[in-house]
Design a protein around this ligand. Structure first.
Ligand SMILES: Nc1nc2c(ncn2[C@@H]2O[C@H](COP(=O)(O)OP(=O)(O)O)[C@@H](O)[C@H]2O)c(=O)[nH]1
Ligand SMILES: [Mg+2]
Length: 364
């Protein structure tokens, strides 16, 4: 399932980590071929999340960098990230699936066994992110697949070339892709849930098919799905979501000049549960219980995510009085007001990368 054009993993018995083969002073990069999948209802923010990933990596204080392993993947980064940052527009609705393959490269700390007189050493690490950006309707339950994908908040323009160049991928291929993934980023859009109440419909069909495929072909060490799952509550910047987080006492503010708010790490799971239970129209509480039943709690982590972040204004600092970064133009198109400052976009991907590396005993 892994694209053969990517670099190959080291042979199974090759020394890994700080020792490396040959000269013990040369630090070998950790290379982990990890497949990370993206899952979410239409309009939940999948394409925008991917477009914001490059911005998030660049804004991160750590020394990560992101690049594509082929031209198409770099074209996507270039076109979609430019769309967000320069044109301040959201990506066009995804019509075709795009297969993307990126490398995230940085450093990670590894224990040395006191070999260099230090407890840990910074080791270059890179892992592969293989993603499929799909039209959301393929995740639909039969009960909702006949419905039109709502156009609200959608740019509607189908003229985006990078998306046109994709190919049509059926539901089975997407399930197969997710089943072959080691980690999955699941996007839950609380704003859509409040209006349409269909998160569970989109979730359950994929979950059932995924379970069937995984347990038939791949198996699992325990009674749960083997994948790690990063659950992201999207559009945290939207006033209806931000206000819930503030009123519920979930917030903390970054100790940086921008003082960006975020949901505290230890309470993001509660926040997600609250958003699920809050759904008056739908059955989002069933998404919550399905995640708890199908995925091992040790392999699940929750995040409150915003791809575009909050409006910072002239002072380059968050303020309660004017934080909305998304606005509707006179012709009804959703636009981004100011700088894009992603919150918890690279973090879930790095968490997955590190956790998956841990399984090999090769990364933290
Ligand atoms: N407020 C806010 N809206 C967002 C964000 N990301 C996406 N959106 C909105 O959600 C719409 C759908 O996003 P998109 O990425 O196309 O969703 P996809 O169908 O899952 O790929 C966009 O056109 C925006 O209007 C975000 O971070 N904050
Ligand atoms: Mg999309």
């Amino acid at each position: 399932m892994t694209n053969p054009s990517q670099f190959s993993p080291p042979p199974p018995n090759a020394p890994r980590g700080p020792q490396g083969p040959g000269n013990p002073n040369i630090v070998q990069p950790q290379r982990d071929l990890r497949r990370i999948g993206l899952w979410g209802a239409p309009q939940s923010g999948k394409t925008t999340f991917l477009a914001a990933l490059q911005v998030a990596v660049l804004r991160s204080p750590d020394d990560w960098m992101l690049f594509g392993v082929n031209e198409e993947s770099n074209d996507f980064l270039d076109a979609q990230t430019g769309m967000l940052t320069q044109h301040r527009q959201f990506p066009a609705a995804t019509r075709f699936s795009n297969s993307l393959s990126w490398i995230l490269r940085g450093t990670t700390e590894l224990p040395t066994g006191k070999r260099f007189g230090k407890k840990t050493v910074d080791v270059p690490m890179e892992f592969n992110i293989d993603l499929l950006d799909s039209p959301g309707a393929v995740f639909a339950s039969k009960a909702v697949s006949g419905l039109q994908v709502p156009s609200e908040g959608d740019n509607l323009g189908f003229g985006d070339e990078s998306e046109e160049s994709g190919s049509e991928v059926g539901e089975d291929e997407i399930i197969e892709h997710l089943a072959g993934c080691d980690g999955i980023v699941y996007l839950f859009d609380p704003t859509r849930e409040r209006r349409h109440g269909d998160s569970y419909s989109y979730f359950q069909r994929t979950l059932l098919k995924l379970s069937r495929q995984v347990f038939r072909d791949r198996g699992s060490g325990d009674a749960r799905l083997p994948q790690h799952l990063a659950v992201c509550v999207t559009k945290f910047d939207a006033p209806e979501v931000y206000r819930r987080a503030r009123v519920g006492g979930y917030l903390t503010y970054d100790d940086t000049p921008q003082m960006l708010p975020r949901v505290r790490e230890d309470s993001a799971g509660h926040f997600f549960a609250e958003m699920c239970k809050d759904s008056k129209v739908g059955n989002a509480d069933l998404v919550l219980s399905s995640i708890r039943k199908y995925f091992h709690p040790d392999r699940v982590r929750y995040f409150a995510t915003s791809a575009v972040g909050f409006y910072l204004g002239e002072a380059d600092r968050f303020t309660e009085n004017d934080y909305g970064n998304v606005t509707k133009s006179p012709d009804g198109i959703m636009e981004i007001r100011g700088k894009v400052w992603p919150i918890n976009v690279v973090e879930p991907v790095l968490w997955l990368g590190r956790r998956l590396g841990d399984q090999n005993g090769s990364a933290r």
